[in-house]
Ligand binder design. Structure first.
Ligand code: NGS
Length: 415
């Protein structure tokens, strides 16, 4: 009995030790790898943006969700101009300005870039700087007076709800008086760490535009980024060319910003971010932002996907010569960008799947491009000769609306 009892006690002690060991092991794994269970492949962790490394535990997400969209403090700082609120049509402010020495744009708005894209971007930025010394000195004064905006994502940032109900644009405009003409925003109480152009390729999606803007403006204001929203619409009836429109958006948005944008987020209009921790900024590696979409049951469709929403710095984007101009019709242009980035040695960063969440608005699928696989097979060989360096288009009209800049462009190939 006694021997049996002590044998039973020994087994119980061993079982307890084993249990404790397992608990410690699990705690160590969780500590080392974060929330590995809701992740896609481990590779994405290796290039996680710095924000994830320091994210505090979110405790008040429900509170945030319930009060969304939040009111953001109204602006009083010198860089804002609350009086200018009406839509303004301009043919092209750049072409009318005194920076016609930019090699990008001739007087018809057609663009022919030089071979060295980094040279061309430097020229754009230099020209813009020379042109707008007054604006820059305002910004500098402002920057010295205000503290920097947050670095670590605030602890109460978390999921936000979306409202997919269609609304009128006029109504949305009244919600956000603090947005400057052209859909531009500068945080009023701090100096932004990120200057971000949101570039949206667009055609026939009027019903999505107001829904998108209603969601995105409060989202971006909460993140305290300095940003502008650029909707680039394809004129004419050719097949939709998403990638070429994004190249146009890159060049045109850069021309419209004193000092230039540092970060470019290429954004489908039918995708709405669901978590405020998904920072609209550019980390050290290009970031695929829309990894976790409701339509795909919040799963990554394939490891190399780079479509939907992606973020690249000025340097990253120009180093790969922008997007290809050759993808007419649906599909492949985002994979092409992925190959470019790989080719020059970048890795794709992603937030974890619980953060990179998006809701997709309903739409009809467009006709697939039958040539896309053929084009993709050539990407790594030809990308330096197809992209920003060979971009040609005509700006039909630039309109500074209250909540966005509308760029209508003819991107058809010259016959
Ligand atoms: C791939 C496409 C990508 C596209 C992705 C998701 O098959 O361009 O599907 O598309 N690549 C090719 O066709 C080569 S989605 O379902 O989100 O429209 O982004």
């Amino acid at each position: 009995m006694g021997a049996g009892g002590s044998g039973g006690g020994g087994r119980a002690a061993r079982a307890l030790r084993l249990l404790l060991l397992i608990v410690f092991a699990l705690a160590a794994v969780e500590y080392l790898f974060g929330s590995i269970l809701d992740a896609s492949p481990l590779r994405t962790y290796l290039y996680q943006p710095i924000y994830n490394a320091t994210l505090p535990t979110i405790r008040s997400r429900e509170k945030l969700a319930a009060s969304w969209p939040k009111r953001v403090p109204t602006t009083t700082d010198l860089t804002q101009n609350p009086e200018v609120k009406n839509s303004t049509n301009i043919t092209n402010p750049i072409l009318n300005s005194n920076i016609t020495q930019i090699p990008l744009a001739n007087m018809t708005g057609a663009v022919m870039l030089e071979n060295t894209t980094s040279l061309m971007v430097t020229k754009i930025i230099d020209s813009i700087r020379n042109q707008s010394t007054t604006e820059n000195s305002d910004i500098k004064r402002n920057e010295t007076e205000l503290p920097m905006c947050f670095d670590e994502v605030p602890g109460d940032f978390g999921p936000v709800p979306v409202n997919k109900t269609e609304v009128e644009l006029d109504w949305v405009e009244k919600l956000y008086p603090e947005i400057q003409l052209g859909g531009m925003y500068t945080p009023p109480n701090c100096t932004a760490r990120h200057k971000v152009a949101i570039i949206i390729p667009f055609r026939d999606r009027q019903q999505h535009l107001a829904v998108f803007l209603r969601h995105m403006h409060p989202f971006l204001m909460m993140q305290q980024v300095e940003y502008g929203i650029f909707v680039v619409e394809q004129a004419g009836n050719s097949e939709f060319n998403r990638a070429k429109l994004m190249n146009v958006g890159f060049v045109e948005s850069q021309k419209l910003k004193a000092g230039g944008w540092q970060c470019f987020i290429f954004h489908d209009i039918d995708l709405l971010p669901l978590d405020l921790r998904n920072m609209y900024s550019c980390p050290r590696q290009p970031r695929h932002m829309s990894a976790s979409i409701d339509k795909f049951h919040f799963k990554l469709p394939y490891e190399d996907i780079f479509g939907g929403v992606s973020a690249m710095t000025l340097e990253q984007f120009t180093k790969v010569n922008g997007f290809s101009n050759k993808y007419w019709g649906w599909g492949g242009e985002d994979d092409d960008m992925f190959y470019r980035l790989k080719k020059v040695g970048y890795h794709i960063a992603r937030y974890k799947m619980s953060i990179a969440r998006y809701a997709m608005l309903d739409h009809k699928k467009s006709t697939a491009n039958p040539k896309r696989y053929q084009l993709l097979s050539q990407t790594s060989k030809v990308f330096q000769k197809d992209g920003l360096s060979t971009l040609q288009y005509q700006v039909v009209k630039v309109t500074l609306n209250h909540l966005y800049t509308h760029i209508l462009a003819n991107i058809d190939e010259p016959s």
